[in-house]
Ligand binder design. Structure first.
Ligand SMILES: Cc1cc2nc3c(=O)[nH]c(=O)nc-3n(C[C@H](O)[C@H](O)[C@H](O)COP(=O)(O)OP(=O)(O)OC[C@H]3O[C@@H](n4cnc5c(N)ncnc54)[C@H](O)[C@@H]3O)c2cc1C
Length: 393
């Protein structure tokens, strides 16, 4: 079997051949790069971490995340498309779908023959998933869905959507369930709306409509009203991918900056001799290395089957804020050239902003981290009280 380094090297070669040459044009045209999407499937990227029986390569998440990072170095929007497809859509099917569903849907999704989307956000429900209004009513045959989902990656190109819907009025996330809704289902369609975005323009973002859409029982993922449990696995996994995208962006702009400061001369010296420039370079480097360590730690925990909820939030928070800072500084270091579209810096600057919003905003990541700290602190305090009362007894 190839080592992870060989696989990442092959991934980088694929990116150089298929994605890098079209990245700027796809951004400019706001066009979904279907051919590149399919070629990533042929390469095996979407199935890196899924078992061979579903068409995957049976490798670990560390390898998959490494490949997402390689794609992001050339085109963050294509990396986000891949992540939405291979993690947000495929992971709930893999983890919670019945065997028939997995055998029927995962191989064509993993091969890139079908495209997946994950539909959670609504006009009145973003960070607060408990306010989801799309409803799934149970019938004799299965469920009937009604509602609309907004800001959905791959909405206009998807063959399969994993949809978060309300199946009970229970408070919080307790009344949510996840369904697989397939293209051709009556009443299910993309509205045709295409968001005109600041960045990530080569990714498709649109709206999905469900009007009395019948969904068979076997397309329910996991148990009714237990969708929140699936989200607790899928969203942190997606955050690992978003952190990888952010790091890929930072690495690419860092490399461009180093080349530039060696070449560009002002006041009779190369820019690399100015200490204010060096400070920006050093910050980029340290942030990339720190983000890399956070991401490796979180991904390793996932690969080892351990809890990675807090660690994924830490990696995503740090990496995305670092990418926003790195791309801003990269433009500063390049001056006017950096501000213009001949270089990819302004594209990465626009793309980096999304990493602070998608798959849970930075504020939500901070809330998750603090919440986990408070829970751990409470457990420690209870443990101490318990042992002190035992001691005193
Ligand atoms: C390009 C793009 C692609 C996307 N793709 C998908 C997709 O494929 N599927 C999908 O389901 N969704 C998708 N989304 C939606 C994305 O997940 C949401 O935008 C994100 O979860 C934030 O929700 P919101 O935009 O409604 O912001 P809001 O929830 O309205 O938040 C607005 C602001 O308030 C802050 N805020 C909210 N609650 C709190 C709180 N309790 N404490 C402190 N601050 C808070 C937020 O951090 C943010 O700064 C996509 C969005 C974009 C832009």
């Amino acid at each position: 079997m190839s080592s992870i380094d060989d696989i990442l090297e092959n991934g980088a070669a694929l990116v150089a051949k298929v994605i890098a040459p079209i990245a700027a044009a796809a951004d400019e045209a706001e066009a979904f790069p279907l051919e590149a999407f399919r070629q990533m499937g042929t390469f095996g990227l979407y199935g890196t971490h899924y078992p061979a029986r579903y068409g995957g390569c049976g490798l670990d998440h560390t390898t998959y995340i490494g490949l997402i990072r390689e794609v992001a170095k050339a085109c963050a929007a294509t990396a986000m498309t891949a992540l939405s497809h291979a993690t947000l859509a495929c992971d709930p099917i893999f983890a919670s779908g019945n065997e028939e569903l997995k055998r029927r849907l995962l191989p064509p999704l993993i091969a890139g023959e079908k495209i997946g989307a994950f539909a959670m956000t609504e006009s009145e429900s973003g960070s607060d998933t408990s306010s989801i209004r799309t409803r799934a009513e149970e019938t004799h045959e299965g469920y009937v869905l009604n509602g609309a989902k907004l800001f959905i990656t791959n909405a206009n190109v998807a063959d399969v959507a994993v949809v978060v819907a309300r199946t009970s009025d229970a408070a919080g996330g307790l009344g949510l369930s996840l369904f697989v809704v397939e293209k051709g289902t009556p009443g299910f369609h993309a509205s045709g709306r295409r968001e005109r975005k600041l960045g990530m323009r080569a990714s498709d973002t649109g709206e999905l409509i469900f009007r009395d859409s019948p969904v068979p029982k076997q397309n329910l993922l996991g148990r009714k009203n237990r969708g929140f449990d699936i989200l607790q696995r899928t969203l942190p996994t997606a955050r690992l991918g978003m952190a990888a995208i952010a790091i890929g962006i930072s690495e690419r702009v860092r490399d461009l900056c180093v080349d530039h400061v060696l070449r560009r001369r002002q006041f009779g010296k190369p820019l690399c001799r100015f200490q204010l420039i060096q400070r920006m370079l050093a910050d980029m480097e340290v942030n990339i290395n720190a983000a890399d360590l956070l991401l490796k730690k979180a991904t390793r925990l996932r690969d080892d089957g351990k809890s990675f909820f807090k660690e994924a939030a830490e990696a995503k928070l740090f990496a995305s804020e670092a990418a926003a800072a790195a791309t801003r500084d990269a433009i500063q270091i390049h001056g006017a050239q950096g501000y213009c579209r001949d270089l990819p810096l302004e594209r990465f600057f626009r793309d980096a902003k999304l990493t602070e919003i998608g798959d849970g905003t930075s504020e939500i990541q901070r809330l998750i981290i603090a919440d986990e700290m408070i829970k751990a602190g409470t457990r420690r305090a209870q443990g101490r009280n318990g042992s002190s009362s035992a001691d005193s007894g």
